[in-house]
Design a protein around this ligand. Structure first.
Ligand code: GSH
Length: 207
C-alpha cells in the first residue's frame, strides 16, 4: 500500500471517473479527489492539458505516474493494488476481461452513456437511435449474465467495474433497466461489494 495518497482528477457526474473511484475504494487504495470544473472548461486549461492532452477526466496520479483513460486506470490499479483479485490470472480470463473493457469503451459509450449525455448535457445525438443502441447493448449484457454472477470468472473483476457506472445510471438517459433482470441482479451484486461507493445521481430518471 502507498504512503502518499493517489490523486484522481474527476467530475462527480462522470461515469468514467466513477469507474476509477470505485476501483480505488474497493481495492482500499488511499486517494484524494480533485474535481475539474467541466462546465467552465477547466479540462482545456494549460495545466490540465499537460496531464491529459485529450482534455478529459479521469486522470490518475500515482507518484511520478500520470495516467489518463479510465480502462487503463482500472488495469493499472488491478495489477498494482488488486492483490490478484480483480484480474484473472489465466490467459482466457484476461482476454475476456480485455474484450469487456473494449465493449465498455465502445458499445456502452454509444448506447447507455450517450443516451444519458443527451438528457443531462444536451449531446447533439439522435435520441431514438441512441436509445436503440442502448437497448441492444443491454440485451447483450443481460444475455452474457444469464446463469452467471459476474461478467468473467467466478468473482468480480475490472470488467464489472468498467460497466457498472453507466449501466446503473442508464435510467438518467431515459433508458429503462426493467426488461433486463440479469442486469438488475448484477447491479445489486456490485452494490453489495464491501466498500462500494455510489456515483452521484441526478434528478432525471426514466419512466
Ligand atoms: N476514453 C476516456 C473518456 C473520458 C471522458 O469522456 N470524460 C468526459 C467526462 S465523462 C470528459 O472529461 N469530458 C470533457 C470534455 O469532453 O470536454 C476514458 O475512458 O477515460
Amino acid at each position: 500500500m502507498t504512503a502518499t495518497p493517489l490523486t484522481l482528477y474527476s467530475h462527480p457526474l462522470s461515469g468514467h471517473a466513477h469507474r476509477a473511484a470505485l476501483a480505488l475504494s474497493l481495492m482500499e487504495v488511499p486517494y484524494i479527489t480533485k474535481n475539474i470544473d467541466l462546465r467552465a472548461r477547466e479540462q482545456r486549461s494549460d495545466w490540465f492539458l499537460k496531464l491529459n492532452a485529450a482534455g478529459l477526466v479521469p486522470v490518475l496520479i500515482d507518484g511520478d505516474l500520470i495516467l489518463p483513460e479510465s480502462t487503463a486506470i482500472l488495469v493499472y490499479l488491478a495489477e498494482k493494488y488488486g492483490k490478484g483479485m480483480w484480474l484473472p490470472d489465466d490467459a482466457v480470463g484476461r482476454a475476456q476481461v480485455q474484450r469487456w473493457l473494449y465493449l465498455a469503451s465502445t458499445e456502452l459509450m454509444a448506447g447507455p452513456a450517450a443516451a444519458r449525455r443527451i438528457v443531462l448535457f444536451g449531446a447533439p445525438l439522435d435520441v431514438a437511435e441512441t436509445r436503440e443502441k442502448a437497448d441492444a447493448f443491454l440485451t447483450k449484457l443481460d444475455r452474457a449474465l444469464e446463469g452467471r454472477l459476474w461478467l468473467v470468472g467466478e468473482s468480480a473483476t475490472i470488467a464489472d467495474l468498467a460497466h457498472y457506472s453507466y449501466v446503473a445510471h442508464a435510467p438518467e438517459g431515459g433508458v429503462s433497466l426493467a426488461p433486463y433482470s440479469n442486469v438488475l441482479l448484477w447491479l445489486e451484486r456490485v452494490e453489495a461489494l464491501e466498500r462500494f461507493v455510489p456515483m452521484q445521481r441526478t434528478h432525471v430518471e426514466a419512466a
